[in-house]
Design a binder for this molecule. Structure first.
Ligand code: TNX
Length: 524
C-alpha cells in the first residue's frame, strides 16, 4: 500500500501536466508574426509560421546578475502576472534556458541595435529578447506585450491561450528623443496621475516626459530656498481650483518611477514670461518690486521676470540648482515662449544668461523656438512649436531641434468641432493629421540631421482630470510615437489605421478613456 502512493501522485501529476498543456496551449494559434499590429511599427519582422505558448510553468530567465536586468525582468513579470495568474519567477541562468521560458539577455552585442534597439526571436520552445542595453530590452518588452492577446493587459486573471506567433523582430528607433509634455501648471495632476501617464506613454516607446512645472497659474515644485513659490504660488490653477505642488520627495519619486521605465524626466521652469505664479510669490522678482495677484485665467504673454535685476539670476540659479540635483536626465527646459511683455533687447541677454546657468549645472538647456533669437550655447536645443523662422535660426547656429509642430503634435487641440474639451487655435487635429507628417520634410531647411526627435504636448487649460488627459492623448499618442520611432518611408496612414484599430481592445483592457475616431476601423 505505502508503495503505491508516490506512483499515484506521479501519474496524477502527469495527467495534470497533460491537462494544463492541452487546456492552456491546445487550440489553434495566430501564426503569422508579420500580421501582428505592433505600434510603433518595427523595422523588420519575419515569420516562421509556428508559435510559442506561455504556460503556467514559464520563468523569466536572465543571463547574469545585473540589477538592471533583474529590474527589467521584474517589470515584464509584473505586466504578465495579473492577467495570466502565472507565477513567472525571475531566474538567473548562465546558458540558454529550457523549453517554455522567456529569456532576456544583454550578451552578444549587435552594434546596429544601438542603445534602444532590440531583437526578439520567438520559436516554439523559447522567446529570446536580446539588446545591447536595458533600455533596448524595455522597448522589446513593449513589443512583446502587444504580441499577446489584448486580454494580457487586464488587471484580473483571465483564462486564455497565451500564444505568440513565431518569428524574428529586429527593431530600433529613427529618432533618439521621443517625448510627451504634460502641463501640470494650468491644472495640477497628482503623482498617481503622472505615474499612469508614464505607464501609458512608455507602452508606446516614448522615452521622455517633459513636465511643464510652472506658469502664470501655478508653481508646482517645492523649492526649499524659495519656499513661497510652491506654498503660495501653487495655491490655485485655471478656473480657481486649489492647485497643488510636488514636494521634492514626490518629484524624486516620479523621476525614479520614470527612470525604471527608461523615461527621462525633462523639467521646465518657463521664463521670463509665463511667470505670474513666481511674481505673486516674491515681490522682488517684479520690475515694479510689487507682488502680483495669483491668476486663474487663461490669457498668455502678460508676465515677465525683471530681467535686469541681479536677484532674478540668483533666483534662477537656486531654482535650477535644486531641480538639477533632483533630475537624473541631461536636460533642463528654460521655457522662453510668448514673452510678449519682455523687451526684445532684454529677452535676448536673459535667455543667453539662463543657458549659461544651466550649462554650469552640468545640464543641457532646451527652450521653445523663440530662444534662437539669441545666441544658442553649444548643446542647447530649440523646441519648434510655431515659428519655422526661429527653428531655422536654431539650425543656422548648429543647434538640434525638437519637433513639436502645433498643427500636428499639440494634443490639447480638439479632434473635430464636436470635441468637448481642447483648443482650436492650431487647428483641429484628427487622428490622421497627428500621424501623417514627416519631421524631416515638414519645414524647408530642416532635415533629419538637425532633429533630435519629436515631442507631443498636452497643455492643460481645458484639461482637468486623468480621464480628460487620456481622451486627448489616445489615440493620437501612439501615432505620434510611431512618427518618432519608425522611418517615414515605412509609414502609411491606410496601413497604420488598421493596426490602430486593433489596439482598441488593448485600450479597453488598460481602461483607457480614448476617443473612438470614426476614421479608424476599430476591431471588435
Ligand atoms: C501656447 S506652445 C503656449 C502655451 C499654451 C498653449 C495652448 C507654447 C510654447 N506656449 O502657453 O498653453 O499654446 O495650446
Amino acid at each position: 500500500m505505502t508503495n503505491r502512493k508516490p506512483l499515484n501522485s506521479i501519474s496524477a501529476g502527469i495527467v495534470v501536466l497533460f491537462l494544463i498543456f492541452t487546456v492552456s496551449c491546445g487550440t489553434e494559434a495566430p501564426s503569422d508574426l508579420t500580421k501582428e499590429s505592433i505600434i510603433p511599427k518595427p523595422l523588420s519582422v519575419t515569420a516562421t509560421g509556428d508559435y510559442f505558448c506561455l504556460g503556467k510553468k514559464a520563468d523569466i530567465c536572465i543571463q547574469g546578475e545585473s540589477d538592471e536586468l533583474k529590474q527589467v525582468a521584474g517589470y515584464l513579470a509584473d505586466r504578465l502576472r495579473p492577467a495570466t495568474g502565472f507565477p513567472l519567477e525571475v531566474k538567473t541562468t548562465e546558458e540558454t534556458p529550457g523549453k517554455g521560458n522567456i529569456f532576456l539577455t544583454l550578451s552578444s552585442p549587435d552594434a546596429t541595435l544601438g542603445d534602444e534597439g532590440y531583437k526578439i526571436i520567438i520559436s516554439k520552445k523559447l522567446i529570446t529578447l536580446a539588446a545591447n542595453k536595458p533600455a533596448g530590452l524595455f522597448n522589446g518588452i513593449q513589443t512583446l506585450r502587444q504580441l499577446f492577446p489584448a486580454e494580457i493587459e487586464m488587471s484580473t486573471k483571465h483564462e486564455y491561450d497565451w500564444h505568440i506567433a513565431g518569428g524574428t523582430i529586429t527593431d530600433y528607433p529613427a529618432y533618439k528623443y521621443r517625448g510627451a509634455m504634460l502641463d501640470v501648471a494650468r491644472h495640477f495632476f497628482s503623482v498617481e496621475d503622472v505615474k499612469r501617464f508614464i505607464d501609458l506613454i512608455s507602452a508606446y516607446k516614448i522615452n521622455a516626459l517633459h513636465l511643464h512645472l510652472s506658469d502664470d497659474q501655478g508653481w508646482r515644485i517645492e523649492i526649499k530656498s524659495w519656499p513661497n513659490l510652491a506654498l503660495y504660488g501653487g495655491k490655485t490653477e485655471v478656473g480657481g481650483g486649489v492647485g497643488g505642488y510636488y514636494t521634492q520627495e514626490q518629484y524624486a519619486d516620479i523621476v525614479k518611477y520614470a527612470d525604471d521605465r527608461f523615461v527621462t524626466i525633462v523639467p521646465e521652469i518657463d521664463m521670463p514670461g509665463h511667470t505670474n505664479a513666481a511674481l505673486a510669490s516674491y515681490p522682488e522678482l517684479n520690475i515694479s518690486g510689487k507682488a502680483t495677484e495669483l491668476y486663474s485665467g487663461t490669457e498668455v504673454g502678460f508676465s515677465t521676470l525683471a530681467t535686469k535685476k541681479d536677484i532674478t539670476y540668483k533666483f534662477i540659479e537656486d531654482v535650477f540648482g535644486e531641480l538639477a540635483a533632483l533630475t537624473t536626465g541631461p536636460y533642463l527646459h528654460i521655457g522662453g515662449d510668448e514673452s510678449h511683455v519682455t523687451k526684445k533687447e532684454d529677452y535676448i541677454p536673459f535667455v543667453e544668461k539662463v543657458q549659461d546657468i544651466v550649462i554650469k549645472l552640468g545640464k543641457q538647456p532646451i527652450g521653445w523656438d523663440e530662444i534662437s533669437l539669441g545666441v544658442l550655447r553649444p548643446g542647447a536645443i530649440a523646441q519648434y512649436w510655431s515659428s519655422a523662422e526661429n527653428a531655422n535660426k536654431a539650425v543656422a547656429q548648429g543647434a538640434k531641434l525638437l519637433m513639436s509642430p502645433s498643427s500636428r503634435a499639440y494634443i490639447d487641440m480638439k479632434y473635430d468641432s464636436a470635441t468637448v474639451i481642447g483648443y482650436t487655435w492650431a487647428g483641429l487635429i484628427e487622428v490622421d493629421k497627428a500621424y501623417n507628417w514627416d519631421p524631416a520634410t515638414l519645414e524647408p531647411g530642416i532635415g533629419r540631421e538637425n532633429i533630435l526627435g519629436i515631442e507631443t504636448t498636452l497643455w492643460s487649460e481645458t484639461v482637468t482630470n486623468m480621464e480628460e488627459i487620456e481622451y486627448l492623448t489616445f489615440p493620437r499618442l501612439p501615432g505620434l510615437a510611431e512618427v518618432g520611432w519608425t522611418h517615414s518611408s515605412f509609414r502609411n496612414w491606410d496601413e497604420y489605421k488598421v493596426r490602430l484599430g486593433n489596439h482598441g481592445k488593448r485600450f479597453k483592457a488598460m481602461d483607457i478613456n480614448y476617443y473612438p475616431s470614426k476614421l479608424v476601423p476599430w476591431a471588435e
